[in-house]
Structures are given as structure tokens and as C-alpha cells.
Design a protein around this ligand. Structure first.
Ligand SMILES: [Zn+2]
Length: 191
């Protein structure tokens, strides 16, 4: 389908082709314009936006609010399928965490563990996510898991998805993060 809102298409990058099967994607300038709009309407800190502007930013289609995206750390590439803010917030969280995780990952996983044992009072969304991240989902089959179901972020020691999942889970709203968790988002989300 041809673009109908004035944006331009270019041949898709190798990543876009491989992961989303798109033959075309939005022109880099149009993708960047869309991301600039996102930076304005989502609660990112200035420091984070400055960093995002240094990245390769790709959007498959600017016509549909489809979810789905990837962060390629080795290529400094944030790629989203469509214009769903939640997906872009999630991938940008991965991009931010990439530079922090070497020194902060153990601390984040320790906070996750403690929130799984004792849900943070007054932060219902994070309490709910922490429970799932710590206990997994027994009905979610995972053939690669020794238990046959998804065991959760803690068992998998998956700091990347923990950081990005909490962020998109509250759509970047730092006031919904308990203080022990919020400190990991300093510089990334507005206070
Ligand atoms: Zn993710």
C-alpha cells in the first residue's frame, strides 16, 4: 500500500527486511521526524534525547500504530515496525541500558528480586510486573526452558528486558516507579 500521509519510502535496510519482512521503510528523515515527535510527547530526560539523536533510527511504516521493534547494540540501531509509542519507548530503553548495564545490572536484578519477595506498596503496576518477572508464567510454553514454561526475567538473569519492560510497562512515567527502582532510570526519564 502506498504511503498516504506524505511520508517517503526507501528500500528497507537489511535488518528491516530480515526481521519484519518489509521491502521498504520510511525515509530516514521522516523516521527521524517521527522520533522527534515521540521525544516531545514521552517523558524522556534531555540527556537521553541527546543520546537518542546519535543513533540510527528506523521505522517500517508511518501509517500504522503497529507494535514490535528491535535494538541492535552492535549497530547502534533502534528499529520499530510502526508508530506505536509503547514499542519505541521500549526499544529506546534498551538503547539507554546498553551503556549502563555493565556496572548496574546486578543492582537492578537485586531490586527485582526484592520486589518479587516484597511487592512495593503504592506502586501497583510495578508490583504486578515484578511478580511476573520473578515467578514467570506457567501457561506460557517455552521449549528452551528447563521447566517447559517461561520462568521469568529473574531466573533467566535478563537485565535488558527487565529494564525495558518496567519502562514501557509504565510508559516512562517515573512517578510510577518505586524509589529503589527509579534510581536506575535517572538521566533517562524525567523525574
Ligand atoms: Zn525488549
Amino acid at each position: 500500500m502506498p504511503p498516504n500521509s506524505g511520508w517517503r519510502q526507501v528500500p528497507a535496510s537489511a535488518e528491516m527486511r530480515e526481521h519484519f519482512g518489509f521491502p521498504t521503510m520510511a525515509h530516514p528523515d521522516d523516521a527521524r521526524d517521527w522520533f522527534e515527535g515521540l521525544f516531545g510527547r514521552q517523558p524522556f530526560a534531555d540527556e537521553a534525547v541527546t543520546y537518542f539523536r546519535t543513533l540510527r533510527l528506523e521505522v517500517g511504516t508511518l501509517d500504522e500504530p503497529m507494535g514490535g521493534g528491535y535494538w541492535f547494540g552492535d549497530r547502534q540501531l533502534v528499529m520499530v515496525r510502526g508508530t506505536q509509542d509503547e514499542a519505541a519507548v521500549h526499544e529506546l530503553a534498551h538503547a539507554w541500558w546498553e551503556r549502563r548495564r555493565a556496572t548496574e545490572r546486578d543492582g537492578l536484578m537485586e531490586v527485582l528480586r526484592s520486589m518479587g519477595a516484597e511487592p512495593p506498596a503504592g506502586f501497583p503496576r510495578i508490583a504486578e510486573l515484578a511478580k511476573v518477572y520473578c515467578e514467570g508464567i506457567k501457561t506460557q510454553k517455552d521449549p528452551s526452558s528447563p521447566t517447559g514454561y517461561w520462568r521469568g526475567m529473574l531466573a533467566e538473569d535478563n537485565d535488558h528486558e527487565t529494564f525495558a519492560g518496567f519502562c514501557s510497562g509504565v510508559m516512562g512515567d517515573a512517578s510510577q516507579l518505586p524509589p529503589q527502582l527509579r534510581r536506575f532510570y535517572k538521566g533517562f526519564l524525567r523525574d
